[in-house]
Design a binder for this molecule. Structure first.
Ligand SMILES: *[C@@H]1O[C@H](CO)[C@@H](O)[C@H](O)[C@H]1NC(C)=O
Ligand SMILES: *[C@@H]1O[C@H](CO)[C@@H](O)[C@H](O)[C@H]1NC(C)=O
Length: 437
């Protein structure tokens, strides 16, 4: 909203109402009359509406950029570049924030692919829209949280600011049900950038695992996961769970509650039942020591979707404790060493799983079986071709923008497209079968 139009509205409506309200107050004898109160009431309502409109514009920062302004910016870039280097960098514009924050603080600047620093520019200046090769929209920020979300207002660029060679990218690192189902016109997006391998650009939460022998054949630097075997001996028994989302799609909390009937479960974080455990692992700390103190930890995701494996697993896998996940095939399909984790569906129910865990925590020979992989597996190095690591999306996006022949395509309905891609299990369908009545 432009300030001129706001002030006009303000002058004509609020101004008038306020004036008459003022005269009400001046003319004291009318002060108690109904019509004065009514006018005062109207003035307040109008003021409130204007404040709300401001609020909406502020929360979604729908900037009105005119074609001329954007063209002016494009030209200014061209003159700067013309005198200097031979090639222009490709420009990646983040039209939205990421969870309300400007990308400059969140999205890495080609750490995994330093060579791309000269080939692509990432920014969030909306004036650069005509000058940009890719425009990225973070799903959850398309309609922002708060008022704009409530009123289903999305702040998409005007059609006049789009040219057919530009790529509109749908970006999310969350499962479909946690990505906000934004409302966008049909065929708005050209590419997807998500954790699913079949996305146009995959941006994983973690590295690719590979056998050490294969990595040696490719002359990769080898880092194995081996640790001193003393670290297999645990201070505590049972399962450790650091958790902040207490009510999830996958209903993992139900599975844990069932396990807790048969084996110790230490719940820490927001969902703990006492203040000490609630504050045991503050956000600023890794809490790795706590994880290491227990033979098992819960690494189940909030949704069971294809390739949806987050830092819950990747960030702890170096710790000699065994992660418990939900569905084995999701992890095996993504190349996670199969003996490195235990899945709920390895067992017919919670009791059977708990019994196996109790054997493991008393029999170190059996426990070690789940640690053997540490000597045989490594991870692909940053940026290895075809094996790109965590958060590699930006690097790949940059590379793809430089590919000369791009076939034009667009995605009809992004929400149903992404649901198909991620192929999530329907809520707690699995657990309802797994947990006995
Ligand atoms: C411990 O586990 C190993 C390997 O699974 C097994 O061979 C052995 O019999 C077990 N020891 C005991 C005391 O149960
Ligand atoms: C991107 O999508 C738009 C809108 O559907 C389409 O006109 C354009 O050709 C597409 N561009 C590319 C490069 O795929």
């Amino acid at each position: 909203m432009q300030s001129s139009s706001v002030s006009t509205v303000w002058d004509s409506s609020v101004g008038k109402a306020a004036q008459s309200a003022k005269s009400c107050i001046r003319r004291r004898r009318y002060f108690r009359s109904r019509s004065c109160y009514f006018r005062l009431f109207i003035a307040l309502i109008v003021a409130a509406i204007i404040v709300i409109l401001f609020g909406i514009c502020y929360t979604c920062s729908c900037t009105d950029i005119s074609y001329d302004q954007a063209l002016g910016y494009l030209k200014s870039l061209q003159t700067i570049n013309a005198g200097g280097s031979v090639t222009y960098p490709k420009r990646i514009l983040f039209w939205t924030n990421i969870f309300g924050e400007d990308i400059t603080s969140k999205v890495h600047n080609f750490y995994d692919c330093p060579e791309n620093k000269n080939r692509c520019v990432i920014d969030s200046n909306k004036l650069a829209i005509l000058a940009s090769d890719a425009i990225v929209f973070h799903s959850r920020d398309i309609s922002n949280q708060g008022l704009a979300d409530l009123l289903k207002i999305s702040c998409l660029p005007d059609k006049s600011l789009r040219n057919p060679d530009q790529i509109y990218v749908y970006y999310t690192m969350e499962s479909p049900s946690n990505s906000g189902y934004p409302s966008t016109p049909a065929n708005f997006f050209n590419w997807t950038m998500t954790f699913v391998a079949e996305s146009d650009i995959q941006t994983r939460y973690g590295p690719h695992f590979m056998k050490i022998d294969d990595a040696k054949a490719l002359e990769f630097e080898i880092k194995d996961f081996a640790v001193d075997e003393n670290r297999y001996l645990k201070k505590n028994s049972g399962i450790f769970w650091l958790v902040s989302n207490c009510n999830t799609d996958s209903k993992r909390e139900k599975a844990v509650a069932e396990l807790a009937k048969y084996i110790d479960v230490k719940i820490v974080g927001k969902c703990a039942d006492n203040d000490v455990d609630k504050n045991l692992c503050p956000k600023s700390e890794s809490c790795n020591d706590q994880y290491e103190n227990y033979p098992f930890y819960i690494a189940m995701e909030n949704s069971n979707c294809k390739d949806y494996i987050t830092e819950k697993l990747y960030q702890r896998i170096h710790i000699p404790s065994i992660p418990i996940v939900s569905r084995r095939r999701i992890y095996e399909n993504a190349g996670i060493p199969s003996s490195s984790f235990i899945a709920l569906d390895d067992f017919s129910g919670p009791k059977e799983l708990a019994e196996y865990l109790k054997i493991l925590q008393t029999n170190i020979t059996a426990y070690k079986h789940h640690m053997e992989w540490r000597k045989k597996w490594t991870i692909a190095p940053l940026g290895a071709a075809g094996l790109q690591s965590e958060m590699y999306g930006m690097c790949q996006l940059c590379d793809r923008l430089w590919e000369s022949s791009k076939t034009h395509k667009s995605i009809d309905d992004i929400n149903s497209h992404y649901e198909k891609l991620a192929a999530c299990e329907n809520g707690d369908a699995f657990l309802r079968k797994w947990i006995p009545e």
